[in-house]
Design a protein around this ligand. Structure first.
Ligand code: ARG
Length: 504
């Protein structure tokens, strides 16, 4: 190695660092994950300083080549681990690759230092020119943005798959019905597809939040320097274009200390997590014997080591649990940034791990959720029976009376009395004779007619909700077709570039 000092900043120091402090303050043990982003951002910076005359064309070429060799390190490391594994399909986990990479360079303070050290080994002292006109403050801001942008794209791809699964299950449910609940008490019958479309609506909002955050964060901090802007007259649009950003960031102090993009990303994920967790909770409930609405796919369930009869909903429970981490990430990030004076502060280093954890958590969830959803087998018969007991047609019955001119408040009371009577007889409303019903009519006129039975049939109870967004059969058919169309057309949205092009 050349005579480069072991530290990036040792010139003004006379005392060596406390060994424990030195290890404790390093970020390489976790920011090694930013290796591909650091390589891409360094290459973009090299192009920018070459354009400013700091590197010759030949030097730029050598530097870019050196960086790409360093960049292939991660692959080489993962390969080394996977070939030494006894199982052929086994591929190294992220943590294993990281541990090996970190152990390989104990002196690297962070990913930026690591790449410089590696580049020095590859191309010699020319590597020392790379840091001309830049600061780690803008580097980390850039690397993390690139990481978040890629994670957003990966999440959107995962959501597309989950949405596809939800739509397919809804499509194959046809006109099957189930009870809907308020206060977890049976309320009114709905189509199973209508219930599933509720989650499609949530996922569509989650998508749009991620897309929106992506658009807002797609600006390039490179050229912002340590705080006041680069000390060279750089053409910042070169780096921005090379990294697929829409433009350079407008203010160097903001750019080096802003973590809104990470906060927005984790916020969007935490809301998505709420939705996924609610879905997981409903399936957990519905798979219980008490509901009996669905058979959990065996390949996604586990048994009990103690109770031989058990089939446990571990997947949905674990999803519920994992979603807590997403909320945790937002809390860490917002608490971290609150009260920080401008601009960069070392506290910001603590903002990386929540981002990695949130990205890993959502990617893990979305790696199982679509297949699990497709594998759900509903007991439609049982759901339909449940929708036909418990007076779920009482609202439809009251509505029938309003068509006969009875004010709704009055109709509500009449049907309430009829329900009370039916409860005492232990039957449903449709088992009451006209004569029995008529005793609840206003004294002046009998309001129940022979058409009452039809008005409170299961079909009528569904179809009376004939409003946009309601569960009437043809409304749901239209809503489902429209959602499928939006799903099919999502690829035409302009914001998601080809993932291959992400690093420019
Ligand atoms: N590892 C640091 C971080 O993640 C990089 C920036 C360090 N900048 C500094 N001035 N010490 O925040």
């Amino acid at each position: 190695m050349s005579n480069q000092p072991a530290k990036m900043w040792s010139g003004r120091f006379r005392e060596p660092l406390d060994r424990t402090f030195e290890q404790w303050q390093r970020s390489f043990p976790f920011d090694w994950r930013l290796l591909p982003q650091e390589i891409a951002a360094s290459a973009a910076h090299a192009r920018m300083i070459a354009a400013a005359g700091v590197l010759t064309a030949g030097e730029l070429e050598t530097m870019l080549h050196g960086l790409s060799i360093v960049g292939s390190q991660a692959e080489a490391w993962s390969h080394r681990i996977s070939v030494s594994s006894p199982e052929p399909e086994y591929s190294a986990s992220t943590a294993q690759i990281g541990a090996a990479l970190v152990a390989s360079s104990p002196q690297a303070e962070d990913i930026h230092h690591f790449v410089e050290l590696q580049l020095l080994q590859q191309i010699g002292p020319l590597a020392l020119k790379l840091h001309t006109g830049r600061s780690r403050n803008e580097q980390i801001a850039t690397d993390l943005r690139l990481f978040v942008r890629e994670s957003i794209d990966a999440t959107l791809r995962g959501l597309d798959q989950w949405m596809d699964a939800l739509l397919s299950v809804a499509e194959s449910a046809g006109e099957a019905v189930m009870p809907s609940y308020t206060h977890l008490q049976r309320a009114e019958p709905v189509l199973v597809a209508h219930w599933l479309l509720a989650y499609v609506s949530m996922v569509e909002r989650d998508r749009s939040r991620l897309v929106d955050a992506r658009r807002r964060m797609n600006l390039c901090p490179l050229g912002s320097g340590a705080v006041a802007g680069a000390t060279l007259a750089l053409d910042r649009s070169i780096a921005a274009a090379a990294l697929g950003f829409d433009a350079p960031t407008p203010n160097s102090m903001d750019a080096t200390s802003d973590r809104d993009f990470a906060i927005e990303f984790t916020q969007a994920l935490s809301i998505l997590g709420l939705h996924i967790s609610r879905f997981a909770e409903e399936l957990t409930l519905y798979s219980s014997t008490e509901f009996g609405f669905l058979d959990l796919p065996e390949r996604f369930s586990t048994g009990s080591s103690a109770m031989p009869q058990k089939k446990n909903p571990d997947l949905t429970e674990l999803i519920r649990g994992k979603c807590a981490r997403l909320a945790g990430a937002v809390t860490t990030l917002t608490t971290l940034v609150k009260g920080l004076p401008l601009a960069y502060n070392k506290d910001l280093q603590e903002g990386q791990e929540p981002v990695f954890d949130a990205a890993d958590t959502i990617s893990g969830i979305l790696s199982v959720l679509p297949a699990f959803t497709s594998g759900l087998r509903f007991r439609l018969e049982k759901m339909s029976l449940a929708a036909q007991s418990g007076y779920l047609n009482a609202m439809a019955a009251a509505t029938y009376l309003t068509y006969k001119g009875v004010p709704f408040r009055k109709a509500h009371e009449i049907i309430g009395n009829a329900v009370r009577f039916a409860l005492d007889c232990g039957v449903e409303l449709n088992a009451l004779s006209l004569q029995q019903l008529q005793q609840f009519s206003p004294a002046s006129e009998p309001v129940f007619g022979p058409d009452f039975a039809d008005a409170i049939s299961l079909q009528a109870t569904i179809d009376c909700h004939n409003v946009l967004g309601g569960t009437a059969t043809h409304r749901v058919r239209q809503a489902l077709a429209a959602a499928r169309l939006r799903w099919a057309e999502r690829a035409r949205e302009p914001h998601i570039p080809d993932p291959e092009a992400a690093h420019g």
